[in-house]
Design a protein around this ligand. Structure first.
Ligand SMILES: [Zn+2]
Length: 114
């Protein structure tokens, strides 16, 4: 059965479940996938850690109500959080590890800690 190697694109013959022409191609394919996964995880982890540090610094400085632009200036990444919750009334609260934050009606951000 003619197959095409997932790594190098070479045609080869082999069992129907065989995906690579040789061990080297199989290894470099899996190493690349693993590396890309590791890079993605460390990028996301880094952003979450940065967000957490920003919240921690503000909280430790006694700031519980913070204008959104202050977080933006600190390079807070609003796309990354560890979880969120939407109340039955539609109020959304975000979590970043032990910190909870949400908008008040003036678009300030309220920071709470567990
Ligand atoms: Zn190959």
């Amino acid at each position: 059965m003619k197959k095409t190697c997932l790594e190098c694109g070479a045609e080869f013959e082999g069992r129907c479940d065989k995906k690579f022409c040789c061990d080297m191609c199989r290894n470099s394919y899996h190493n690349r996938i693993y590396r890309e996964e590791k890079n993605l995880l460390s990028r996301v982890n880094c952003r979450l850690a940065t967000n957490r540090r920003i919240l921690e610094n503000l909280y430790d400085a006694g700031m519980r109500t913070v204008p959104k632009n202050l977080l933006e200036e600190e390079k807070f990444d609003f796309r990354h959080f560890t979880s969120f919750n939407k109340s039955p009334l539609g109020k959304i609260t975000y979590r970043c590890y032990e910190y909870t934050y949400f908008y008040d009606r003036h678009r300030n951000i309220i920071i709470l800690k567990d």
